[in-house]
Design a protein around this ligand. Sequence first.
Ligand SMILES: [Zn+2]
Length: 279
Amino acid sequence: MSKSKKGTRRGGGARCPYCKTFYRHGSMARACQKTFLCRYHNAPGGLRKEIMDAQLRTSICVWFLMTGLKNSPERRLRARAMSLDACMEPLYRDLRRFFGYSNTAFDVSTGPITRLLFSLWPSRQPIDITHVAAVFSSLVSDLRFRLGPFWAKCPPEIRAPRLWAAIERQMDGIYDYCDPDGTEDYPHVDEVQPLYDRLHAAIWPSRPAPEMRLYLSGERFWVCAQTKAEAREILRTETGLVGLTVKGIALGERLSDGRTAGELLSLSGGKPGIIALAQ
Ligand SMILES: [Zn+2]
């Protein structure tokens, strides 16, 4: 063993840079999973980068919609844009402090989705806000599903989970404002799913499209669907009921009858549709 290596050992192993826990071996310190910060930063298999990229890329979608809304002739949509804007700055501050990315790394992460968005909706053409909001609210909802297990253990000073929840509420608010009766007969309604698929693949390149999830609609219907957009479509075609909210439910969540959301979802047999009425 070389002198220098011996020296390192004698110097007392290594500390995890995030929680400062002492380990006898440097490799153990680098793999420390003790606190939320360690799990985030030392996440194996490139998970940390995936978690960062997904948030930065989804934030570009939010920013894209917000920019479109700021020029809207409708006062209430401009107000929604301001509310979204108020979330963005603290979100970026939080993410940058947390992940410590450079401007270059930010550009590398977000460049492809920015180009994709501008190719899907060229800047000189008017955007159909209902359509964009329907697609993007599903993408924001995805973040909560995917990162939920991480966020569940997140210390209160990390604001990203709360900010994303606020962004999701604003997105749903925009959607409901544009399509108050839930009629879904706006232009491009058939393009929601294919556009969602393309953007989802750009945000989560290594992940296949999500599995079936559980949604609660209007506090009345349990719906099994892949995305929020699909859950809305199911309600439209199966009930004809209009103007219901659609909320994604985490699978570990326990329902009022004692079942978990996952148990209820298993009743669907993996097929999209209304599974049950809520009590
Ligand atoms: Zn640690």
